[in-house]
Design a protein around this ligand. Structure first.
Ligand SMILES: [Zn+2]
Length: 199
């Protein structure tokens, strides 16, 4: 009984610690792991979720290489606390090529400032439409704002996967885009890291 109690206390302590201590960065690949409901856009050979995973993995890998603690999560996760959370998405549009890039975030000064910093990096390079911030309810009230508790949270729509012109531009740049996201996050954490190559 004594040892059972000890083990229970230990498990409780570990759980408590993992809930209490915020990790630096959570990177979410949008729609990852979903088999029904909102599984992401599919167009011709391109699946949004595959691109989300690719970019999320490369971003996390770069952050780790810079010594930053990262947790890579799928669409649905247990509650977690972080300093910074970034969700990776590509948009789709009924009227193709009418969409493009955008950002979503919770209505806080910290997230709004982070969004401004991200836009300063990506907007000058992205040669297509850019929507106003939080232009859909899915961005404004992103479901994961309630499970991933982050001081700064950004949902990135990196371009429109249903637009051939945009996928032609995006596809060879996915790695550089991931580096740019990692750079934006590292700067937000106050880390000195080299500026990535231009897109
Ligand atoms: Zn999406």
């Amino acid at each position: 009984a004594f040892f059972a109690l000890l083990i229970l206390l230990l498990i409780g302590f570990i759980l408590y610690q993992s809930l209490k201590a915020p990790i630096s960065v959570v990177i979410q690949a949008g729609h990852e792991g979903r088999t029904c409901g909102n599984t992401g856009a599919v167009c011709k050979n391109y699946k949004e979720v595959a691109w989300n995973i690719k970019v999320a993995d490369m971003t996390a890998k770069q952050l780790e290489a810079w010594g930053i603690d990262v947790r890579r999560v799928p669409a649905d996760t247990l509650p977690v606390r972080a300093k910074i959370a970034v969700a990776i998405h590509f948009d789709s549009a009924k009227h193709i090529c009418r969409s493009g890039a955008s950002v979503g975030y919770p209505d806080t000064n910290a997230s709004r400032t982070f969004a401004r910093h991200w836009k300063a990096l990506y907007k000058p390079c992205f040669p297509f439409t850019w929507h106003t911030d939080n232009f859909t309810d899915n961005l404004k009230h992103y479901y994961a704002y309630h499970t991933i508790h982050a001081e700064k949270f950004l949902v990135l729509e990196l371009g429109e996967i249903t637009c051939q012109k945009q996928t032609a531009w995006l596809k060879p740049r996915l790695h550089k885009i991931a580096l740019l996201i990692a750079y934006a996050i590292a700067k937000e954490l106050g880390k000195q890291v080299p500026k990535p190559p231009v897109l």
